[in-house]
Design a protein around this ligand. Structure first.
Ligand code: XIL
Length: 311
């Protein structure tokens, strides 16, 4: 039978999923993951609160488990992530500002060196933008200003010159103030020779609300010479889902996949998780769920069939 990964590969793309350590203990999930997908993003295991819970105290065991699952199923890995305001241990956000740059650089160097040769790409900075297109004033910005992003990218490149280096954010899928902010930043970084290779569009959509400017927006980043990727796709439905909302979700998945295929620099699509039963949506957006291509019984939904058709 057709698989997402087989169809994507035939188009020179990948089709990915996110997996957590908990997912690795679920045979239904791992069997779908290893069959249908050829890229894995660790759901939490490479984030700062896991990898460096105390200053200089590193823990790569959980991330290594995800990498080893990926390798044994001939899947590649998107490293996620090196610098982010969330899932950031309190010891970092509480640092005196004059220590933040050194700590950030050490963290990036140590983690990206550990995973050198094992990751296809890194989300070097995750979710740096406010909705109005200005940079969030997190501890990194407060310590270094806008330059923290160039510094993070250069530091990651020195540690792993083979990984594609990304900036990743949500609500930048369509053309709007936030994606304009990302576009200006990308232009400015490239003009300074900063090693930036791609832009990740998370794509946590609400059913029926895929922005009509998705393809044009990806194309404008591609025109800068950057790769683009759909990094965390899901499409949440107000519960209970009905046959009409599931059909709209199928339409949405098809729209997203076709937009990626229409942009030559769109390297692939990753769904955030395998199935509705383990998706992060249920815990994060009360009243919403049913956001993935597989239902709570691990059965493919209309969105799966639409994705196969679009590929
Ligand atoms: C989510 C995980 O799926 C959850 O398990 C965790 O509790 C919170 O983070 N944007 C990102 C991802 O870049 O890292 C987030 O993952 C979802 C939103």
């Amino acid at each position: 039978a057709a698989t997402l990964r087989g169809l994507a590969e035939a188009k020179g793309r990948y089709f990915g999923t996110a997996l957590t350590r908990g997912d690795l203990g679920n045979g239904s999930e791992t069997s779908i993951a290893g069959t249908q997908f050829d890229m894995v993003t660790p759901g939490n295991e490479m984030k700062w609160d896991t990898t460096e819970p105390s200053n200089g105290g590193y823990n790569f065991g959980p991330g290594d488990q995800i990498v080893s699952f990926a390798q044994s199923h001939s899947m590649r890995v998107r490293g996620h992530n090196l610098v982010w305001h969330a899932q950031l241990p309190g010891w970092v956000s509480g640092l005196p500002l004059n220590q933040v740059q050194g700590v950030m650089e050490s963290h990036i160097t140590t983690e990206a060196t550990h995973y050198h040769g094992k990751v296809y790409a890194w989300d070097v900075v995750n979710e740096p933008f406010n909705e109005d297109g200005t940079l969030r004033h997190d501890v990194f910005y407060n310590a270094m200003g806008t330059n923290y992003i160039a510094d993070a990218l250069r530091t990651a490149h020195a540690a792993d010159p083979d990984a594609k280096l990304y900036l990743n954010d949500y609500n930048i899928e369509g053309q709007n103030a936030k994606s304009n902010g990302m576009y200006s930043l990308a232009q400015s970084l490239l003009s300074q020779g900063v090693p930036l290779n791609g832009i990740g569009l998370e794509s946590h959509f609400i059913v029926g609300q895929v922005p009509s400017s998705l393809q044009a927006n990806m194309q404008r980043f591609a025109a800068l010479g950057l790769d683009v990727a759909i990094t965390e796709l899901d499409d949440r439905i107000q519960l209970p889902a009905s046959s009409s909302t599931l059909q709209q979700q199928a339409t949405d998945y098809g729209t997203v996949v076709r937009a990626c295929l229409a942009v030559s620099r769109c390297v692939g699509v990753s769904q955030w998780g395998v199935d509705d039963g383990h998706s992060w949506i249920n815990g994060t957006f009360p009243g919403y769920g049913a956001a993935t291509m597989y239902d709570g019984n691990y059965q493919p939904k209309p969105a799966y069939n639409a994705t196969v058709t679009a590929l």
